[in-house]
Write a protein that binds this ligand. Structure first.
Ligand code: ADP
Length: 248
């Protein structure tokens, strides 16, 4: 976020550069179970973001020194493909990717019944194919669906979005341009039916009132995302039951 250049991110009618109203999410699509080799998988498109998540486990934890006797360890790897942004990104792991891997893992772990799987590992691999702002929150949304697809018992799904401030106005689900030139960005993840927040970050300045108003906007958006997550999982279960019935 530079916030240095004054860029017009809202028109006279309060419409954003991509045609959205302040409280409007980008078009969201989630597809479940598309990778045969993973235990669970999900693909998410949120506006121009395209992200694929593969989950393995719970499986025997390797190397042995990472084993935790009374619970599973959760590992997460967030990676952006070199072609995911307009300036070619170096193919290795940047500090940002290492940090986001940790942030995403911490947002997901509270939802997993890790105590039920001692001495095992749950691995989450996130590959960002195209990035346009909000990849950490879209990754969390997709990864929790991939965990469910892997049959890992969850307290709830985790759904996430970001609240931002552009030209003094609170908006939901910042795109790349808004993230770059806006005045603030507040990613939020929660377990919607438990009402528990698992991630709350803030970049920029928000007043107390803005924070409260932003949280309300985020919760509304998260409820919409949650419905789409559940629909995607139901669609997958229907496909599986159809496949099973046809093979009998
Ligand atoms: P998030 O994707 O969760 O919003 P950031 O705020 O760090 O995370 O990044 C915002 C956006 O900036 C990304 O979604 C992506 O579009 C862009 N971006 C991130 N890293 C790079 C990079 N190395 N080169 C070009 N653009 C990048």
């Amino acid at each position: 976020m530079s916030g240095e250049k004054p860029v017009k991110l809202l028109d006279e009618k309060g419409i954003r550069t991509d045609g959205r109203k302040p409280n409007e999410l980008r078009p969201l699509k989630i597809q479940v179970g598309l990778l045969k080799n993973a235990d669970g998988s999900a693909y998410i498109e949120l506006g121009r973001n395209k992200i694929i998540v593969a989950v393995y486990g719970p499986r025997e934890a390797h190397p042995r020194h990472v084993v935790i006797p009374d619970r599973a360890i959760v590992r997460c790897r967030y990676h952006m493909a070199p072609f995911s942004v307009d300036e070619r990104k170096s193919p290795g792991f940047s500090r940002r990717e290492i940090e986001l891997s940790k942030v995403i893992r911490e947002a997901l772990e509270p939802a997993i019944f890790i105590e039920e799987f001692p001495r095992t590992a749950i691995d989450i691999f996130i590959e960002v194919l195209e990035a346009d702002g909000g990849t950490r929150t879209a990754s969390i949304t997709a990864a929790s669906v991939a965990l469910a697809d892997a049959g890992i018992p969850l307290k709830d799904l985790v759904a996430a979005t970001a609240i931002g401030k552009i030209n003094g106005q609170l908006v939901i689900d910042l795109n790349g341009l808004e993230d770059q030139y806006g005045e603030g960005d507040m990613p939020i993840a929660m377990m919607p039916s438990l009402g528990q927040i698992t991630l709350l970050q803030a970049d920029g300045r928000f007043s107390g009132e803005e924070f409260e108003e932003g949280l309300k906007m985020a919760i509304n958006a998260i409820k919409k995302i949650y419905r789409i997550q559940k629909e995607a999982l139901k669609k997958r279960y229907l496909e599986i039951s159809k496949e099973v019935l046809e093979s009998e």
